[in-house]
Design a protein around this ligand. Structure first.
Ligand code: GDP
Ligand code: ZN
Length: 375
């Protein structure tokens, strides 16, 4: 056998170059969960390594994100250290939160306490649909409503195009089904505060508190900043992305695209064409979308918002400013620095599409700037 082929094979053996998944990123350090425990020590403790990124990767502008599949070089199992030598191509990439290879979004709402607000739900759904990741809608606190009420929600949401999973973290109802949907996948947890997301994480991953403290240590410092993402490993395989509290997500999609993020409107669009190909479906002649669906009002309101947003963006764009104008739900305007200015940071269309930006609380500009430096 040719020497170099032999070297290649040897260098790809799991023993010398273990594979893993990046579960946390902070500053220039990456916590990597190894696929296999270290055979060197046969010790559970060495399931994860704190890694740096090889200079070679920095030179080619190869970013390392939470969720990335990586090859580790020179693992030191005793000290729990290593270096990331290679990053595998990503299946998906979200920019906000920065997560690679996510498979789906788990959108959690409560049925009661706080009561389910259709507008808020709609807004989160539209935002989630705009990422092109698959979506699992989960309604928690089933213990607080009657069977009749459950049926009413079921029927109502079916008309919206969704088949929600009803659960109660408190009684354990529905959690087995949920586990099945999460198994082997990277799932991003989203939803407003108070709906039971932390309770859900703690139930699905009973060891999470100790584990976080142990694994992350110093890394854990930044976990309450809004862009910080951490993956928690599920007992049955797969990861759950822990994300900080959400607020009302802003809808920064193209007005033209909005209807596609409503399954019940998308369905109508699939049956033919509107007379105008730039139709916004608000009463134009021979529009294929009728007004006979519950969320049509939501559509019109969100559309207005998307149009306003686009106009403001265009105004700012003409000024070629280093800031971009954003508008809060309240209509209040504020500026955000353009962070995409560096070449490698420019977002692809798909990436932009998949941005969950806005599912997060408004964050301080300083924090964005700081964390972007780290990427
Ligand atoms: P988060 O803000 O989404 O992380 O929500 P938390 O996990 O902090 O939960 C908010 C509140 O809802 C807490 O008081 C929980 O005990 C409660 N809670 C969570 N799940 C359930 C449930 O299934 N039923 C009921 N009745 N309360 C729940
Ligand atoms: Zn139309």
């Amino acid at each position: 056998m040719n020497d170099s082929i032999y070297r290649d094979l040897a260098s790809h053996s799991t023993l010398s170059r273990p594979l893993g998944t990046v579960i946390a990123v902070q500053a220039n350090f990456y916590q990597v969960r190894l696929d296999q425990p270290s055979q060197a020590t046969n010790d559970q403790e060495t399931f994860s390594l704190l890694c740096t990124r090889r200079t070679r990767l920095k030179k080619i502008g190869q970013k390392v994100m939470v969720g990335d599949r990586v090859v580790i070089e020179e693992p030191d199992y005793q000290d729990g250290r290593g270096a990331i030598a290679q990053v595998f191509p990503r299946k998906t990439e979200l920019s906000r939160p920065p997560v690679a290879n996510a498979d789906q979004i788990l959108l959690v709402f409560a049925l009661e306490n706080p009561p389910l607000d259709p507008w808020q739900l709609s807004r989160f759904l539209v935002k989630a649909e705009s990422t092109a990741l698959s979506l699992c809608l989960c309604l928690n606190k089933l213990d607080l409503i009657t069977e009749d009420q459950q049926q009413q929600w079921q029927q109502r949401l079916e008309k919206w195009g969704y088949n929600p999973l009803f659960i109660s973290v408190m009684t354990g109802q529905g959690l087995e089904d949920l586990n099945t949907r999460l198994r082997g996948k990277i799932t991003i947890l989203a939803g407003p505060s108070g709906v039971g997301k932390s309770s859900l994480i703690n139930t699905l991953i009973p060891q999470v508190d100790q584990r976080v403290a142990k694994v992350s240590g110093k890394l854990h410092k930044g976990r309450h900043t809004t862009r910080h993402v951490e993956l928690f490993e599920l007992p049955e395989g797969g990861f759950l992305a822990d994300t900080p509290g959400f607020n009302q997500p802003d809808l920064d999609c193209e007005p033209q695209e909005l209807a596609l993020y409503f399954p019940e409107a998308k369905q109508q669009l699939s049956t033919g064409n509107c007379q105008f190909n730039d139709c916004l479906h608000r009463g134009e002649p021979d529009c294929i979308i009728n007004d006979n669906w519950e969320r049509y009002d939501h559509y019109l309101t969100f559309l207005e918002e998307a149009i306003n947003r686009k106009e403001s963006r265009q105004k700012m764009g003409e000024q070629e400013s280093s800031l971009k104008l954003k508008i809060k739900n309240s209509g209040q305007e504020y500026y955000e620095p353009k962070l995409e200015s560096k070449k490698y940071r420019r977002r692809s269309r798909r990436d932009k599409h998949q941005s969950l930006h806005g599912l997060y609380d408004q964050q301080s500009l300083a924090e964005i700037a700081h964390e972007d430096e780290d990427l």
